[in-house]
Design a protein around this ligand. Structure first.
Ligand SMILES: *Cc1c(COP(=O)(O)O)cnc(C)c1O
Length: 428
């Protein structure tokens, strides 16, 4: 197989061309359900986004800053010991954990902050659930000399205090949201409320490939760098396209980032892995597409498959990985799933904890609990693959942030003792 024609459609910008929405819709999903007062803000953003997509110099500046500041391109690591462990498909790992701030989130935050600067904005606002996107936003605000306000549910602040600490130290204002369930969806509402009165100076830097159009398009455009690099790397090192690409799916940004470059190649299977939590019948999970409990609905500015009750009230979701714990899913992925182009799997907490230990011990890699879902999704079906196949797993982030959850999941007694001693030290 010649690599020439394959390499050619990597031409930038335009990686998202194949996923272009029609009137803001991807098949049955997407749209722009926003308050009247925000129509000008969305119109301005859409126009500027169209402009930068046509402007090769913007993409050049973006990738240059990623190289200089975040360490891109991230490697594609051949997981040879993990491959040998199963004796099946050859496994490669795309190393988004090596980005600055430890995950793929910086790709989007940096791109949108550059776009905001070009629009003359001086301030960034963002919602955050687990806090990772808040840290990425605070980081780029500092780097580009902008101010930042991060909205976070009070409940989430309690659960993810380390991220709150870093956001503040990086110079951002962190606003606790004290109503509703005090979690991500309330933080989203509060960020939109801020934007209504501030959009002349302020950009809303949304964190995943969800929300009202054009946000899914914008976020997946910036994240497409992942697959563009991975495709070039796999062609260079393995000499051909992979048979499968795996990624975990919260809102959908790292998955779309990894998938887009491979999307035109029908022979490449694209697999999204959701948070199966405590399993299908437990009621404690965040599986929108596999467990069959989600239904189409309109919330948070867009139409997608939501975990909701009969009255359209959002259900409580759960995952060992805070970043996958989301009631909706990217409208782009909902559409690709409906069309059969992306297959979905769910990995349970227990499968994830087991997969994490295997990856740590065979490869010396510590994937984030979110990213470990992608590995677990692969391991479930690896026996179906053959040694002549090639698989890429997108490792969206690094797992050292997850030390509290992992130690708890592994019931690590020595760690519990350490926490106990720290507690006593602070309490006299
Ligand atoms: C936030 C996060 C995710 C989930 O978000 P997506 O938009 O679905 O990519 C996955 N992995 C890591 C490491 C994250 O921080």
């Amino acid at each position: 197989m010649s690599t020439e024609p394959i390499a050619a459609d990597n031409a930038i910008p335009g990686a998202t061309r194949v996923l272009a929405p029609e009137n803001g819709y991807y098949g049955n999903y997407g749209g722009t359900f926003i308050p009247e007062i925000l129509v000008p803000a969305f119109a301005e953003l859409s126009a500027q986004f169209e402009a930068i997509k046509q402007d090769a110099s913007f993409w050049q500046d973006y990738t240059a800053l990623l190289t200089d500041y975040s360490g891109r391109p991230t490697p594609l690591t051949h997981a040879d010991r993990l491959t040998a462990h199963f004796g099946r498909a050859r496994i490669y790992v795309k190393r988004e954990d090596l980005n600055h701030t430890g995950a793929h989130k910086l790709n989007n935050a940096l791109g949108q902050a550059m776009l905001a600067k070009r629009m003359g904005k001086t301030r960034l606002i963002a919602e955050t659930g687990a806090g990772q996107h808040g840290v990425a936003t605070a980081t780029v605000a500092a780097k580009l000399g902008m101010s930042a306000t991060i909205y976070m549910g009070r409940e989430d602040m309690e659960r993810q205090y380390a991220n709150v600490f870093w956001m503040k130290r990086l110079g951002a204002e962190v606003v606790a949201v004290d109503y509703g369930s005090r979690t991500l969806k309330d933080a989203i509402n509060e960020t939109l409320r801020d934007w209504v009165s501030s959009f002349e100076t302020t950009h809303y830097l949304l964190g995943t490939a969800s929300g009202a159009h054009p946000f899914p398009a914008i976020v997946s455009f910036f994240q497409s760098i992942i697959g563009i690099e991975a495709k070039e790397q796999v062609l260079r090192t393995a000499g051909r396209l992979p048979d499968r690409v795996y990624a975990c799916v919260g809102g959908g940004s790292n998955a779309l980032g990894a998938f887009q470059a491979f999307h035109p190649h029908d022979e490449v299977q694209l697999v999204g892995v959701e948070a199966g939590g405590q399993g299908r019948d437990s009621g404690k999970h965040a599986s929108r597409l596999v467990y069959g409990e989600a239904s189409p609905g309109i919330a948070q500015g867009y139409k997608t498959m939501f975990l909701q009750d009969r009255d359209g009230q959002m259900k409580d979701t759960y995952s060992i990985a805070a970043g996958l714990d989301y009631v909706g899913v990217s409208p782009i992925l909902a559409d690709l799933a409906e069309r059969g182009r992306v297959r979905f799997e769910a990995a349970t907490d227990a499968e994830v904890v087991e997969a994490l230990q295997l990856v740590m011990r065979t490869e010396g890699l510590i994937p984030a609990l979110e990213s470990t879902h992608a590995f677990a999704g692969l391991f479930k079906h690896i026996e179906e693959t053959s040694a002549s196949e090639i698989v890429i797993v997108n490792m969206s982030g690094r797992g050292d942030k997850d030390i509290f959850n992992v130690a708890e999941g592994l019931r690590d007694e020595e760690w519990n003792g350490f926490i106990e001693r720290k507690h006593q030290q602070y309490n006299g």
